[in-house]
Design a protein around this ligand. Structure first.
Ligand code: SF4
Length: 295
């Protein structure tokens, strides 16, 4: 792992109220070692050299403290948009945990996305934050099949391990859900996969699932993806080129039917899935917690 010095940490979100109500985005690390074949963050447009090597922003503590101190309006800090906040080095650096402690101290909320089971370690701090601000912890699960996960997300914990992490956090009282994205055309866009994810999410105590039946494709990302297809799914690259060419969004040909069946299944379990409902439930939980303290 390298160390780099950053000029600033927080980036204001253009449309707060849209993506988990995130007001500022933050990445403590650059790069990622999980090797997902579809990773958007390795696209050329982000200019992350040597994406497979992790770099920690060594001055993150001072920066975060200074930047949060200067904010007049509180809000939700998003983590995990460009690199996984629980990469294997986090076990020792504790950078994400320390950042969460600062977020808690200044009274901000958090939305975090990860594929790592290490997130379970920080249930106590998520709980502490949710006493005053919304918390949404999203664990990305794109397939219920561990063999397929090891092909498309080769160095990330297996899907079954991620479901266990959902269960642990849910038991700890953390508002935890599943990011069911990306769904890759001709690979994991099956009814069986969607149904198994929703069923196991319900068993694990997930409160929400946010789906996207598509994958983005940009320069740099596309070439890496095609290499992964050639390695594990011979012949599929030609199918992608024919169906999507240079398109930015590659949508599953059956996304409408999948979404309709997904909605019906989530309703059956009482799992929320629209961004509006997820944000509302996260906010309502803060009110419940505050009411509990006032009794
Ligand atoms: S976990 Fe996220 S950032 Fe890391 S390789 Fe996979 S998609 Fe990219």
């Amino acid at each position: 792992m390298r160390q780099i010095v950053a000029k600033r940490l927080l980036t204001p979100q253009k449309n707060p109220g849209f993506w988990f109500d995130v007001k500022y985005n933050m990445n403590l690390y650059r790069g990622c070692v999980f090797g997902c074949i579809y990773c958007d963050s390795r696209s050329e447009c982000y200019h992350v050299d040597d994406f497979d090597t992790i770099a920690l922003k060594a001055n993150y503590l001072e920066l975060l403290d200074t930047e949060l101190k200067g904010k007049r309006v509180r809000g939700i800090i998003g983590m995990g948009a460009m690199s996984d906040p629980y990469n294997p080095f986090e076990q020792k650096t504790l950078a994400t945990r320390r950042a969460l402690e600062i977020i808690h101290r200044y009274g901000f909320g958090v939305h975090l996305t990860t594929k790592s089971t290490l997130v379970q370690r920080d249930g106590d701090i998520f709980q502490a934050i949710s006493d005053h601000s919304p918390v949404t912890v999203g664990i990305t699960i794109t397939t219920a099949d561990d063999d397929l996960a090891s092909k498309i997300e080769p160095h990330a914990p297996l899907s079954s391990q991620r479901f266990s992490a959902v269960e642990r956090l849910a038991k700890d009282g953390v508002f935890t859900g599943i990011m069911m994205m990306p769904i890759l055309p001709y690979i994991n866009d099956t009814f069986d996969n969607m149904e198994r994810i929703v069923d196991r999410a319900a068993e694990s105590g997930a409160r929400y699932i946010y789906p996207w039946f598509s994958v983005t494709m940009r320069t740099g990302q596309r070439e890496f993806f095609y290499e992964g297809l050639d390695r594990h799914f011979p012949g599929l690259k030609a199918k992608y080129i024919k169906a999507y060419g240079e398109l930015y969004e590659c949508r599953s040909p059956r996304y409408r039917e999948l979404y309709a069946a997904f909605e019906e299944r989530c309703k059956r379990y009482g799992i929320v899935y629209s961004m509006e409902d997820i944000i509302k439930e996260a906010q309502d939980r803060v009110k419940w917690e505050q009411a509990r303290f006032e009794i």
